[in-house]
Design a protein around this ligand. Structure first.
Ligand SMILES: Cc1cc2nc3c(=O)[nH]c(=O)nc-3n(C[C@H](O)[C@H](O)[C@H](O)COP(=O)(O)O)c2cc1C
Length: 190
């Protein structure tokens, strides 16, 4: 499944995918996506993003960690989500949707750079990555809620000098979820 070159269509048809099939993702394609994603703008051109592509052993370890940390997330969602969605969310935490690849995203801590600017820069590259993956027929889902697991993730990668911002589950998929409608009142012409 490949999408058109129309950037408007690419942006609007990207969905968060939470269930992946077994098709292998080639390292060449991942490298091409990552090398292009980093053409994002960044504050002071610091390019302070750091991407760790997890496959094999580190991937298994990360998935174990991610599942373990559901216990911190569950109480914050219990009264907010309908039971069916809560169950699906729990399942995604426990399995990461069988994603064959997870990319962990960090920001390099920089003296003299504003916190918001530095994390904002990294998330611009993340969005590039999500859109490029989508264009290549790959599904992605950002894995947020990282605060409680940040120390263990840094330990896993020996990356204490970095700040863990999010994971990205990535892989091919069979079923596309419906698009959650966008909310009104977010754009103001003044
Ligand atoms: C910063 C961030 C964190 C997110 N964290 C999670 C997460 O932990 N688990 C999850 O299933 N989806 C997560 N998502 C995906 C959102 O739920 C999703 O983008 C939103 O529902 C809109 O759906 P769409 O991406 O298909 O348009 C996250 C998205 C962002 C941008």
């Amino acid at each position: 499944m490949k999408f058109s070159n129309d950037i408007y269509e690419i942006i609007k048809t990207r969905r968060s995918i939470r269930s992946f099939n077994d098709k292998k993702v080639s390292d060449e394609l991942l490298e091409k996506i990552l090398q292009t994603a980093i053409w994002a703008p960044s504050g002071k051109n610091y390019q302070n993003w750091q991407f760790y592509v997890l496959k094999n052993k580190k991937l298994t370890k990360f998935k174990e960690l991610y599942g373990k940390f559901w216990k911190y997330v569950k109480p914050t969602l219990e009264n907010k989500l309908p039971p069916k969605i809560l169950k699906l969310t729990e399942n995604f935490f426990q399995t990461t949707g069988n994603a064959p690849v997870v990319i962990l995203v960090f920001s390099k801590k920089l003296a003299g750079e504003e916190y918001i600017t530095s994390i904002g820069s990294v998330f611009l590259a993340v969005q590039n990555l999500l859109l490029l993956a989508h264009k290549e027929g790959l599904g992605t889902c950002v894995l947020g809620r990282v605060t409680e697991m940040a120390d263990e993730v840094s330990k896993l990668l020996d990356a204490n000098h970095l700040e863990f911002l999010c994971g990205i589950a990535l892989g091919y998929y069979d079923k596309e979820p419906p698009a959650p409608p966008r909310k009104d009142g977010r754009i103001h012409w003044v």
